[in-house]
Design a protein around this ligand. Structure first.
Ligand code: IYR
Length: 230
């Protein structure tokens, strides 16, 4: 008997779902090639100002929005900024916070840990990259009747969405880095976001400057980060 294309559970419609099923040999090859491709991604700090079409940014954000989220509340807003005056203002205010971070708020040990990454309080990429995407998390929301409700697993949800966004950026042949000016409240003010939105992560998006160098980092091997229980 053919299975129905939809069923009802708790009064809600559920549609039939099929995942791709591959022969084992192909499964191994596909998982390996995906890993090898993802392993080529690097955080890049030096951007070219080369144009990236708005439609690309729309597709990247739509990719991020496919992330799973607590009770499917999708507790996020993505602000995509190409406006030069706004980028300049964001750079100015981010660098003010970063200067305080690097000079006062960060421990010596922290700064030592950042030395291999060659990052400092100067953030030219905030002006040079053609786009900045800022992910805001929505801790709570108001329903149409004005009732306030909290969202669930907000950090997990937006963290996963940002991970998928980073993968989508890599897939497009573009680069990014996870910039975390802290505190990030200035972004709420500059972008006039409502009180229920908190800036979570800032991702410049564009092409790398040529030539670009990235630190010669090694990633942990499987045996350093995995425990199998078979
Ligand atoms: N928030 C600062 C400092 C910084 C912190 C870590 I941990 C990094 O991996 C990189 C930078 C900044 O964005 O520069």
């Amino acid at each position: 008997m053919e299975s129905p294309s939809s069923i009802t559970i708790n009064g809600y419609n559920h549609v039939s779902y099929h995942s791709d099923v591959f022969p084992e040999e192909e499964l191994v090859l596909k998982s390996k090639s995906f890993y090898e491709w993802l392993d080529k991604r690097r955080s890049v700090r030096d951007f070219s100002d080369k144009h990236v079409p708005k439609e690309v940014i729309e597709n990247l954000i739509k990719s991020a929005s496919t992330a799973p989220s607590g009770a499917h509340k999708q507790p996020w807003t993505f602000c995509a900024i190409s406006n030069p005056a706004l980028k300049t203002q964001i750079r100015k205010e981010a660098e003010i916070e970063e200067k305080i971070n690097y000079e006062n708020r960060m421990s010596e040990r922290w700064k030592k840990d950042l030395e291999p990454l060659a990052t400092d309080m100067n953030k030219p990429f905030l002006e040079v990259a053609p786009w900045l995407i800022i992910a805001f998390k929505k801790a709570y929301e108001f329903e149409e009747n004005g009732e306030k409700h909290n969202n669930y697993y907000v950090n997990e949800s937006i963290g996963i969405a940002c991970g998928m966004l980073i993968s989508a950026i890599h897939n497009a042949g573009l680069v990014t880095l996870t910039h975390t000016p802290s505190p990030m409240n200035f972004l709420t003010n500059i972008l006039k976001r409502p009180a229920n939105e908190r800036a979570f992560l800032l991702l410049p998006v564009g092409y790398p400057k040529f030539p670009t160098y990235v630190p010669d980092l090694k990633r942990k091997g499987l045996d350093e980060m995995t425990v199998f229980y078979e």
